[in-house]
Design a protein around this ligand. Structure first.
Ligand SMILES: Cc1cc2nc3c(=O)[nH]c(=O)nc-3n(C[C@H](O)[C@H](O)[C@H](O)COP(=O)(O)OP(=O)(O)OC[C@H]3O[C@@H](n4cnc5c(N)ncnc54)[C@H](O)[C@@H]3O)c2cc1C
Length: 313
């Protein structure tokens, strides 16, 4: 029988798009994570054939975007990691008298799309300028900040199923809630989304982007290795204003200076676990567990991680 690598190399012709035994720390903003058996920086034209090939060989598939919300285990990921990123990142602006849309492939990065929207005098995506994820990851997570989130601007989403079927979802079918969408329950890969924006003044839009990025720099460890907010806000319901920020509970529980190995609670923002450069995924995981345990003991609240854990812990 032909090897999976031989079959994949027939489909993926670009040099540097297919890696065997690839360290995932290269592909996560935490900068940790063991090796993936196979790592594929896939293009849109290759996607269906690559998925069919992996299915034929019975290789499990993990989908990632920019790795900015991931904690990958030190033992890595068995099977194939499909990265919907730099090779699936085209964007197109569509404007007419009534509508202003940006059609994005899923690998386009939010900060780039936000700047592009500003250049095109389109408002609504300012909140996303400092979120280092892809459009696909942002739709999956319903990423948001400073009062805005993806649910407010996504008009439709396109996916591909395991069997290669292309599916379209209107915004109301996406099941957006606080940092969630229907896609966590589906085995589908998001390949693109159409964003619906409104006309605005480019200099005012840029000013809002600058002000949001300045606020972020002041209050968050933007230069450190992290995956953003480590925990979801606590409480029931989807109204963010009714939820309790994790940083407050972490401080109440006396964990603001907690550390395990090279993983620590950021001195700048208690809601962020950061890697000081020497952390393993195990350190980060143990710190997350210790925080959850102490917060539960001290406040009675069960914090849930916002970061997605991949591999075995
Ligand atoms: C410094 C910093 C600041 C951050 N600030 C914010 C913030 O303000 N607000 C916020 O919401 N988040 C924030 N984040 C977290 C993160 O950037 C977002 O969750 C982002 O949406 C993740 O996108 P990604 O492409 O990196 O996805 P990944 O981290 O690669 O993946 C996240 C999840 O989405 C799934 N996924 C990714 N792409 C696809 C796809 N194409 N199809 C199907 N599933 C997919 C993955 O399987 C995984 O379960 C921050 C992170 C960092 C490092």
């Amino acid at each position: 029988m032909r090897s999976i690598e031989t079959d994949l190399r027939e489909i993926i012709t670009e040099k540097d798009a297919l890696h065997i035994d690839e360290p995932m720390k290269r592909h996560t903003t935490f900068g940790v994570g063991g090796r993936a058996d196979i790592f594929i920086d896939v293009s849109i034209d290759e996607l269906a054939s690559v998925m069919a090939c992996l299915r034929r060989h019975e290789i499990p598939v993990t989908v990632v975007g920019n790795g900015s919300n991931l904690l990958v285990s030190d033992s890595g990921i068995r099977g194939a990691v499909l990265c919907i990123g730099r090779r699936i990142n085209r964007t197109e602006v569509k404007k007419d008298q009534d509508n202003a849309m940006i059609s994005c492939q899923a690998g386009a990065l939010l900060p780039r799309v936000a700047m592009m929207a500003a250049d095109q005098a389109l408002s609504g995506l300012e909140f996303a300028a400092g979120i280092p994820g892809t459009i696909g990851g942002a739709v999956y997570m319903n990423a948001g900040a400073f009062g805005g989130d993806m649910s407010e601007i996504v008009s439709s989403v396109t996916t591909i199923t395991e069997d290669g079927e292309i599916k379209d979802y209107s915004a109301c079918q996406v099941g957006f809630g606080y940092r969630k969408s229907i896609f966590s329950e589906k085995n589908e890969i998001i390949t693109g989304a159409v964003l619906s924006l409104r006309p605005g003044d480019p200099s005012e839009i840029r000013e809002r982007i600058k002000s949001i990025c300045d606020k972020r720099k002041k209050s968050q460890p933007t230069g450190a290795r992290s995956a953003g907010s480590t925990f979801r806000k606590a409480g029931d319901g989807d109204l963010i204003s009714d939820l309790t920020p994790a940083w407050r509970l972490i401080q109440q529980a006396g964990m603001k200076d907690a550390r395990v190995g090279g993983a620590l609670v950021s001195p700048k923002h208690s809601g962020f676990v950061v890697n000081d450069g020497s952390a393993t995924a195990g350190d980060i995981y143990q710190l997350i567990c210790a925080i959850r345990e102490r917060v539960k003991e001290e406040t009675g609240v069960e914090l849930e991680p916002e970061v997605k854990l991949l591999g075995e812990f």
